[in-house]
Design a protein around this ligand. Structure first.
Ligand SMILES: Nc1ncnc2c1ncn2[C@@H]1O[C@H](COP(=O)(O)OP(=O)(O)OP(=O)(O)O)[C@@H](O)[C@H]1O
Length: 237
């Protein structure tokens, strides 16, 4: 019997206007398990806004974002949820990796990752064990007690990836995750990011300005003036 997993995200008719800026104009995107989606477009084309709407950080003026946190879980329309409900969904089911990692400088690598589980109520010892597992999987065994200032840019980004993955999120969003890295380090971080998401079925949605990074993804979306003007999957908004 063939079973088709439901989309993790189904967004349509998304529009968002800031004062006079049309950040999103009738944009839509459906993301399936195991996809890696690169979002590209000129500065100001709406990439960050789209990612923030898809992840429930902000809400669009129109449209729906239907998120299915796990197969069998009831779909949730982020457009109708309060900011507290969306924050909880993000904490429990969505991972983020940003350009500069945003690690807490006073915490060790292990604590930076473990804290993502502890805020969900997981006891410290268990959270640290899970964190150590992810650091090891990302090639950082032996670096657990280093603080971010004692790590290279690529190592710090892998800690940020471990922190994003430790909660087992249904989807991972990355905003220029390799933007601050040289090309060899960027390649290794991208391997870690793709390997840790897509391989376990969670889609990766990544904003990038780098064509080489986008070429590693299974799908490319291009935005222009807030509109999806190209989708390599052939599905337009
Ligand atoms: N909080 C805000 N207040 C006012 N205007 C905003 C805000 N956020 C975004 N915008 C505007 O919305 C449009 C889209 O911005 P967005 O940050 O989504 O673009 P982007 O493609 O991510 O750009 P970049 O590549 O430069 O990061 C721009 O015209 C921007 O100035």
């Amino acid at each position: 019997m063939i079973t088709t997993a439901p989309p993790v995200l189904q967004a349509h008719s998304l529009s968002k206007t800031y004062d006079s800026a049309h950040a999103l104009v009738d944009a839509g995107l459906t993301v399936h398990p195991g996809e890696s989606v690169a979002i590209m477009g000129p500065s100001g084309s709406g990439k960050t806004t789209l990612m923030h709407v898809l992840s429930g950080i902000i809400q669009s003026d129109t449209g729906d974002v239907v998120f299915t946190p796990a197969p069998g879980h009831a779909p949730v329309n982020l457009a109708t949820r309060t900011s507290e409900q969306r924050a909880r969904l993000r904490r429990e089911h969505i991972g983020f990796v940003f350009q500069d990692g945003l690690l807490l400088p006073e915490l060790t690598a292990l604590e930076n990752v473990a804290v993502a589980r502890m805020v969900a109520g997981v006891p410290r010892a268990q959270a640290q064990q899970e964190a150590a597992g992810w650091l090891g999987a990302l090639g950082l065994a032996g670096y657990e007690q280093r603080r971010p200032g004692q790590l290279s840019g690529g190592q710090a980004q892998r800690v940020a990836i471990a922190r994003a993955q430790v909660t087992g999120p249904a989807v991972v969003f990355a905003d220029e995750p390799t933007g601050a890295l040289d090309s060899a380090t960027s390649e290794a971080v991208l391997d870690a990011l793709l390997g840790s998401t897509v391989s376990r079925g969670a889609p990766l949605v990544m904003v990038t300005h780098d064509e080489a990074v986008a070429a590693r993804c299974s799908r490319l979306i291009r935005l222009q003036d807030g509109r999806v003007v190209h989708d390599s999957a052939g599905v337009h908004a």
